[in-house]
Design a protein around this ligand. Structure first.
Ligand code: IPM
Ligand code: MN
Length: 372
């Protein structure tokens, strides 16, 4: 298959982790005989420094010419420390999500068996955890007006949701539940927010078309406690933009590191694949960032194009690196392996199961096997 991928490494550790993901995609190309082509664009602070804008027309055009986008991370300390900055790196990402119409951000959360013992949570609590968050990605408070009064003493952020914003992502979440444990949890603050009351009304109405899926609606403050006390109770979680952002970072504690969680942002057109973590500027250039979230995002990219076996090969190479302790210091503080070494290990372990089988046969035929 031919796939043209726009690479948007962004800021901080973004370029390093995207480079590892590309190594893995190249290994998939070679192993499974595909042709992936790449073009790289600027976004975020990297783009502001060169063009004055967080997202240029050039980058938008590059994405529209591609079949998929692989995004790294966004944000820089200089802007975090300056609330008065007129142009902010993060706006580049919000504009791009809008531009591509990727209204649903899918964030799977599962526990890697080899990391069960390393999680800050007890093994007994974690066992069986396997859920997926459907975060609404192009609406709500992220995308409303953000105002500061002229005298700088009053700030306003507007959250708006329409019925159709809610319904399109809700349908995707219900469909996903059907293929899983048939349970959907809507997270809201409908005791406080009008937008949340609309979410509840719309999602309850839609649930009538999915009678086989059990719908549960819970308040955000309750949900975040339950996610730590009893994470295996969740199957599919549906949440508005801001709540989805917050709960997915909390969910990353379950797996042991925010550096492990991938995501797919989908809509009606081109899909974008992005690790859930931020740009971790303190680690930039130090070869310590965990590339696994971005590598697993490429596994989601491959799955998006129906390349199931290829996607599984990436996931199993990641599992092997965790199993063999070829990991970055966020997983094992004593580890001597850097971002690039972990990327090399995973890329070199991407194998076609059919090929490995035929290699075994050849060994047997040549009398090399120690089994016979
Ligand atoms: C994410 C990130 C972004 C977001 C930041 C970097 C603006 O945290 O993708 O979850 O809040 O959406
Ligand atoms: Mn986030």
């Amino acid at each position: 298959m031919n796939i043209h991928i726009a690479l948007l490494p962004g800021d901080g550790i973004g370029p390093e982790v995207v480079a590892q993901a590309v190594k893995c995609l190249q290994a998939v190309e070679e192993t499974f005989h595909h042709q992936f082509t790449y073009s790289t664009g600027l976004i975020g602070a990297a783009s502001i420094y060169k063009t004055g804008e967080a997202l240029s027309q050039e980058t938008i055009a590059l994405c529209h010419k591609s079949d998929a986008v692989l995004f790294g991370s966004i944000g820089a300390l200089e802007f975090d420390n300056n609330p008065d900055a007129k142009v902010r790196p993060e706006n580049g990402l919000f504009e791009l999500r809008k531009e591509l119409g990727v209204f649903a951000n899918i964030r799977p959360v599962a526990v890697f068996p080899t990391l069960l013992k390393k999680s800050p949570l007890k093994e007994a609590v974690l066992k069986g955890t396997d859920f997926v968050i459907y975060r609404e990605l192009t609406g709500g408070i992220y995308c409303g007006d953000h105002q500061l009064s002229d005298d700088g003493t009053t700030a306003t952020d507007i959250a708006t949701y329409t019925e159709s914003d809610i319904s399109r992502v809700a349908h995707l979440a219900f469909k996903a539940s059907r293929k899983r444990k048939k349970k959907l949890t809507l997270i809201d603050k409908s005791n406080v927010l009008e937008t949340s009351r609309l979410w509840r009304r719309v999602v309850k109405k839609i649930s009538e078309s999915y009678p086989d899926v059990a719908l549960e609606c819970i308040f955000l403050h309750n949900a975040i406690m339950q996610m730590i006390l009893n994470p295996s109770k969740f199957d599919v979680i549906l949440a508005p933009n801001l709540f989805g952002d917050i709960i997915s970072d909390q969910a990353s504690v379950i797996g042991g590191s925010v550096g492990l969680l991938p995501s797919a942002s989908i809509g009606d057109g081109i899909a974008m694949f992005e690790p859930i973590h931020g740009s971790y500027p303190q680690a930039a250039g130090k070869d310590i960032a965990n590339p696994i979230a971005t590598i697993l995002s490429t596994a989601m990219l491959l799955q998006h194009f129906g390349l199931e076996e290829e996607s599984r090969a990436v996931v199993s190479a990641v599992n092997k690196s965790l199993h063999k302790n070829i990991v970055t210091p966020d997983i094992n503080p004593k580890s001597k392996h850097g971002t690039s070494a972990v990327g090399d290990f995973i890329a070199s372990n991407i194998v076609d199961t059919d090929e490995s089988l035929s290699m075994n046969y050849e060994n047997i035929g040549l009398g090399k096997s120690t089994i016979i």
